[in-house]
Design a protein around this ligand. Structure first.
Ligand SMILES: N[C@@H](CCC(=O)N[C@@H](CS)C(=O)NCC(=O)O)C(=O)O
Length: 100
């Protein structure tokens, strides 16, 4: 089962939870209170040296960056277009949003 290092009020975390719900993917949520700097502890920095949530845990591996997690989870689903140009457009919007 996946684990999601997660802060309830974070939009970057929300979009992963939304996708997992849409795809019916089960996961364990591990709440990291960023307001109490729980993402900056020595322990958490071994999970993500960037000190931020979300982080998706896949087996023994950690995947920070919400868009990377979304791309990983959505592979093979209707959320990643099969058409090459449309796939690039999906990435276009993901890059656009992360640059705002
Ligand atoms: N580009 C990253 C941004 C992650 C990010 O900014 N996370 C914020 C919450 S939305 C965070 O963990 N802030 C805590 C901190 O910087 O200590 C992503 O998309 O996952």
């Amino acid at each position: 089962m996946y684990k999601l290092y997660n802060f309830q009020n974070s939009g970057n975390c929300y979009k992963i939870r939304l996708l997992m719900n849409q795809l019916g993917i089960e996961y364990e949520s591990i709440e990291v209170n960023i307001l109490q700097r729980e993402s900056r502890t020595e322990e958490f920095l071994t999970i993500n040296p960037n000190g931020r949530v979300p982080v998706l845990q896949v087996g023994e591996k950690y995947l920070p960056e919400s868009n990377a997690a979304i791309w990983y989870l959505a592979e093979g689903s209707k959320f990643i277009p099969t058409d090459r140009f449309e796939r690039a457009q999906a990435l276009q919007w993901m890059f656009f949003v992360s640059a705002q």
